[in-house]
Design a protein around this ligand. Structure first.
Ligand code: G3P
Ligand code: MG
Length: 356
């Protein structure tokens, strides 16, 4: 007979508070850890004066890899074990849309990676910009597929048993990760937005029948290796909407964005944190921690979202802004954090001291 396994409650775990971290600009910049981040993780894992372990999760708007791959990278960078059970990236919530649409266009990321991720989420028929360029090279006059891209791109007509491209209907567009070629991706997204109901190579007469367009987040800027913040997916989203209007005689295009600051993303994080506290630390899954400290670098995503969550959640969501990323020290943040600190280590110490 099998004995039911009840996880033991960690005797030294903090049961009434937890941390959630943004990644770029807080823990990592340009693929390297921010020095204080490694120390901050040690403090959370019990190296503090009370010997208490504090549960934590990661909530990034970034993406472009399998969650398992990204956790492997993060484990090496931060010198800890990071599990997919404590990790959400920008496109993670898109998995819930896999059953809703048949043929979708997936944009962004390196090579074929985002197609693979989308298929692992259950999307049944994933078309990429490469497939469209392979079918009609005139789509983007200045973009030539490399030999590898050409070989990896699919033959759309054969795959769909179609005589012409206009027989193929894109039911939704998902921008999974940052575009690697903004010009051709912009052209292809706009072509579909202006099509007759998502039908490739067609033009609508009314410009109001394109399929829905989803971006995995809306960050106009993000913090990478360069000293100044870099343009992100939110900038591409703005260009798509603006140029749509400019080329349709003023018609508006309404696209959708996942990720922070959407409250639904924080609700998704709440569910993940509760499961993680239960499976990893043996705490009750039904009870959220009284306080979640969210540490971020971007006022428009991290602080705005945390404060909005705090306003509607039963528990407290406490926003902490660091100075190692998008936020420019000395300026007035557009969304005010509960606490402004230099680094993620200061954020962790602040939260723990506030509790103990
Ligand atoms: O593309 C990544 C980026 O826009 C933000 O990532 O970790 O700061 O939410 P993060
Ligand atoms: Mg960030």
């Amino acid at each position: 007979p099998t004995v039911p396994i009840t996880p033991l409650v960690d005797s030294d775990v903090a049961d009434n508070f937890a941390f959630a971290f943004d990644i770029d600009g807080v823990l990592i910049r340009g693929g390297r850890p921010i020095p204080e981040a490694v120390e901050a993780m040690k403090v959370l894992n019990g190296e503090n004066e009370w010997g208490v372990k504090v549960p934590y999760i990661f909530l990034t708007n970034g993406g472009g890899k399998f969650e398992t791959e990204r956790c492997r990278d993060l484990s090496a960078q931060l010198e800890i074990d990071v599990s997919p059970g404590q990790f959400i990236c920008g496109h993670t919530p898109m998995r819930e849309f896999a059953d809703r649409y048949g043929t979708v266009l997936v944009v962004g990321g390196e090579g074929e990676k985002c197609r693979e991720v989308a298929e692992s989420y259950g999307f049944r028929d994933v078309v990429t910009p490469g497939d469209i360029l392979k079918a009609n090279a005139a789509t983007a006059p200045f973009r030539k597929l490399t030999d590898t891209e050409h070989a990896n791109s699919r033959d759309l007509l054969a795959r769909h048993g179609a005589a012409k491209l206009s027989d193929i209907v894109i039911e939704a567009v998902f921008v999974f990760a940052d575009s690697r070629d903004w010009a051709s991706d912009l052209q292809i997204i706009l072509d579909i937005a202006q099509s007759k109901g998502g039908r490739l190579e067609t033009r609508s007469e009314t410009f109001d029948e394109g399929p829905p367009i989803y971006f995995s987040h809306n960050d106009v800027l993000w913090s990478a290796a360069h000293e100044h913040a870099r343009l992100g997916m939110g900038a591409l989203r703005r260009i798509v909407e603006t140029v749509f209007e400019d080329t349709t005689g003023g018609k508006k295009l309404k696209t959708h964005a996942f990720g922070k600051p959407q409250v639904s993303t924080f609700e998704f994080a709440t569910r993940l944190l509760q499961q993680w506290r239960a499976t990893q630390h043996g705490l009750a899954e039904t009870e959220p921690p009284a306080t979640v400290y969210f540490v971020g670098d971007t006022p428009e995503s991290d602080i705005r979202g945390t404060n909005a969550m705090d306003a509607i959640a039963k528990n407290e969501w406490y926003s902490i802004l660091v100075k190692t990323g998008v936020y420019q020290p000395g300026t007035e943040p557009k969304y005010k954090p509960r606490k402004l600190v230099d680094t993620v280590l200061d954020a962790v110490n602040h939260g723990i001291r506030r509790e103990m």
